[in-house]
Design a protein around this ligand. Sequence first.
Ligand SMILES: C[S@@+](CC[C@H](N)C(=O)[O-])C[C@H]1O[C@@H](n2cnc3c(N)ncnc32)[C@H](O)[C@@H]1O
Length: 315
Amino acid sequence: MKNIPHPIQYQGSKRALAPVILRYFPKNVERLIEPFAGSAAISIAAAAHRLAQHHVINDVNKPLAELLRTIVDQPIELAAFYEALWEEQHGDSTEHYYQVRERFNRTQDPRLFLYMLARCVKGSVRYNSDGMFNQSPDKRRFGTQPKTMRANLIGVSRLLKGKATFSSLDYKEVFASARKPDLIYMDPPYQGVCGDRDLRYLSGISHDEFVGALAKLNANGISFIVSYDGRRGERVFGELLPDFLNLMRIEIEAGRSSQSTLLGREEITYESLYLSESLVQRLDHLPAYRPPSSIQQYVLLEPGVQYEKTFQRVP
Ligand SMILES: C[S@@+](CC[C@H](N)C(=O)[O-])C[C@H]1O[C@@H](n2cnc3c(N)ncnc32)[C@H](O)[C@@H]1O
């Protein structure tokens, strides 16, 4: 896949998985809707491959959605702002970070958020119970170099300018505008750690409400893809989406870990990707993925029996 710009460091970004996820996009997508956009990695990758005519980019986290809008509308001004802020840190970088964080929590200025995300530990947002950003600085790095940031900002703006709309609504409000020629890609906050309240993002979601909202999309014939649960070896994390939604579940390889077993074996992490019935019907073919040689099966189709029965499309 060609070089795709990525200005926002965001833990859980789907940047690395984008090449696999885009394989399940149908042709002629009028609008790609990303209700849980985060760093908008999938929208950016899809735009780079011209897979949609228009992009709807939403995240309930307002400064994040505003940051994405600013990147697209004012990349040059934002690059200059970032550079000035980045240069300021050279006296006492840690103290500078805490000052910027305090300013950000007071003003919610999205431009400050870009710097926070570049400078904080692993690009991972953390909030306290009052919704204040409280992640610490990464003391070993200074954050993306201004020159690299500038190139990434301009790159994203080129891809999305005039083709994207931004909002910071709850995902259910975004669903309400979806039409049949659209595609919704969803990557909701991880489940299972803190229940509906997820400190890693500004908010979590309820599994049952989410399932209900997906059922409505099905009833309206909307095409969608959901990244949801996952598994490492036999250990499953997150609740699976229920069978009655009639989704096709595919497991994609998301990483390897060699420390996770006593025998020092490599364990592979898989993430589930669920495709809606309306989407599967729009696909010319389900892409057959050639596994890297050491892996027996990269894409597992589950539940196979149900899918052969329902769609007759299993390659
Ligand atoms: C796992 S992250 C998405 C990461 C994204 N796929 C990427 O590549 O960067 C989930 C996002 O959902 C957002 N979110 C949480 N609850 C939401 C809600 N009710 N409606 C819309 N967005 C929500 C969070 O702010 C977070 O940015």
